[in-house]
Design a protein around this ligand. Sequence first.
Ligand SMILES: *Cc1c(COP(=O)(O)O)cnc(C)c1O
Length: 379
Amino acid sequence: MIPYGRQSIDEADIAAVVDVLKSDWLTTGPMVERFEAAVAAYVGTAQAVAVSSGTAALHAMMAALEIGPGDEVIVPALTFAATANCVVYQGGVPVFADVDPDTLLISPESVERCLSPRTRAVIAVDYAGQPCDYAALQSLADRHSIRLLADGCHSLGAHFGTQASGSIALMTAFSFHPVKPITTGEGGMVTTDDERLAAFMRTFRNHGITTDARQREQAGTWYYEMRTPGFNYRISDIQCALGIEQLKKLDGWIDRRSSIAAIYDRAFADHDHVIPVGRQPGSRHAWHLYVVRLPGGIRRRVYEQMRTDGIGVNVHYIPVHLHPFYRQRFGTGPGLCPAAEAAYEDILSLPVHPGLTDDQVQTVIDRLLEAVQPARRAA
Ligand SMILES: *Cc1c(COP(=O)(O)O)cnc(C)c1O
């Protein structure tokens, strides 16, 4: 099976992990700070707070803004469930904005229609690795005095104009799950320029306790204070050592992902039935996903045929407001976000990751085009 996404691990990654295993600190040691400093330097922020997952990063952002009961946070309908779940963890209400029908990025016009006196923030998701329209979103956020946050789980390494993903919104959440741009096995990070928010999140990830074990050991004291109950969202030194090595390779990987995307683009340029998701000019795409639309009710047949052929295609995503939890708790359902729902009917994610060979990319193209024709006759 050619998977849609996969990690790339080399000997330097393995050596870095083994070195930590032989050291004094397996968790919250020197590697956490080093990884945070490397990511902050890479995206160009003053602060970065590493946590145990992208979901923990999203939750930390919500807690740092003191989102609570009665507060509304606007999220796009076409995203992974965690983007909305983090609002629910805090007792807040996620409000689902629709996406642009061409780019599938959160639509600023739809965000505008979702605003209410209780709106506190919007979480923009850089779907597939393409940055959202941050110029429009920031101006909207400023006009309505709400906070602009980013779920950058797909977009580490992407740029909006000259601005790097991670440096645009007030806070940005990243994930280091194996299919994401770089991996730590599991892991996440929040980047921000705001020192106060970063300080809160450092405490939040460690039970709400003011110092970590290594700081106390170095200071020669057992004393600490727990001011608000936090969580154990710590990431380990083992994971961060891997992250440091991975980050060094990210730009080269994005170059490779971009050339794979260009091969797909050329292959589908004159196919009416395979339509790549639209792009905004002026951005650097991180190509976490390469998504095509297969109109005419053929997606399921093509998905099944390609899986049978050993191609690990996938569907990103089931619109979050259609999940049973959101229907039951918040009364959402079909018709709320028509563009996201229409996209869900015909999207397919093709394999794209740095380890793919040109031959494998060609195999994906051949199998896709072969699957589309009979599926169209059957539809
Ligand atoms: C992967 C992902 C997350 C969650 O990240 P984890 O590290 O798996 O917790 C959140 N949002 C989006 C858009 C993602 O793709």
